[in-house]
Design a protein around this ligand. Structure first.
Ligand code: HEM
Length: 176
C-alpha cells in the first residue's frame, strides 16, 4: 500500500488549527469550573486570568479556523465526504463562531442565561466528541501511517507553497 500523503497546505492549516484546539478546550474547562460550575466543578482551582487566556486562544484560533474551513470546503472537499471529517469541521466552526459572539463579562457578572453561552457550552462538548470520532475514524481507515501523514514534513514536487494558490483555484474551477 502506498504511504499516505497529505497536501502541504492542508498539513499547515490543519496543524495550525488543531494545535490550539486542546488549549481552547482546557482553558474553557478552567473558566467553566471557576465561574459557572452548575454541572460540577474541578476539584482544584488554578490561579490565573483564565477568561483572558481562553479569549486570547480564541482570538488566535478563529482566523486559522476560517482559513482551514475555506481550504476544507475548496481543495479539501472530497475529504469532507468522510462524515467524521465533516463533523469535526462543523463542531470547530460552531465552537469558534459562538465563542466570537460571547461577551467576556457575562461569566464574571454571573450571566449564564444567554443563548450564545449555552451554544458555546454545548460546542465545548461537541468538539471533544467530534475530535475523538475524527481520530478513531482516521485510525480505523488508515491506522498510524494515515495519522502520521498529517504531521509529516515531506514535500512532493508540485506541492510547494508556490503551488498553493493554483491548487485552490483549480479546486474552485472544477466544482461540480
Ligand atoms: C484537534 C482538532 C482537529 C480538527 C478540528 C481536525 C479537523 C480536520 C478536518 C476538517 C479534516 C478534513 C480536511 C479537508 O477536508 O481537507 C481533517 C482531516 C484529517 N485529519 Fe484532522 N483534525 C483535528 C485533529 C487531528 C489529529 C490529532 C490527527 C492525527 C493525529 C488528525 C488527522 C487527520 C487526517 C489524517 C486527515 C485526513 C483524513 C482523510 O484523508 O480523510 N486530525 N481534520
Amino acid at each position: 500500500m502506498p504511504r499516505p500523503y497529505q497536501p502541504s497546505l492542508l498539513r499547515l492549516l490543519h496543524g495550525a488549527t488543531a494545535l490550539p484546539v486542546p488549549l481552547a478546550w482546557l482553558t474553557g474547562l478552567l473558566v467553566y469550573s471557576r465561574y459557572d460550575g452548575r454541572f460540577g466543578r474541578l476539584p482544584f482551582t488554578l490561579s490565573g486570568e483564565w477568561i483572558d487566556i481562553h479569549g486570547t486562544v480564541g482570538v488566535l484560533l478563529w482566523p486559522l479556523a476560517l482559513l482551514f474551513a475555506f481550504y476544507a470546503l475548496t481543495a479539501g472537499r472530497l475529504r469532507l465526504r468522510q462524515p467524521a471529517n465533516a463533523f469535526v469541521l462543523v463542531a470547530l466552526v460552531m465552537a469558534v463562531g459562538s465563542g466570537k459572539l460571547m461577551d467576556e463579562d457575562w461569566l464574571r457578572d454571573g450571566q449564564f442565561h444567554h443563548l450564545v453561552y449555552s451554544v458555546h457550552l454545548f460546542t465545548w462538548l461537541l468538539i471533544a466528541l467530534a475530535v475523538t470520532l475524527h481520530l478513531v475514524a482516521v485510525l480505523q481507515r488508515g491506522g498510524l501511517p494515515l495519522a502520521r501523514s498529517m504531521a509529516s514534513l515531506s514535500l512532493r514536487p508540485g506541492d510547494l507553497p508556490s503551488h498553493w494558490a493554483a491548487q485552490i483555484l483549480r479546486s474552485i474551477r472544477s466544482r461540480p
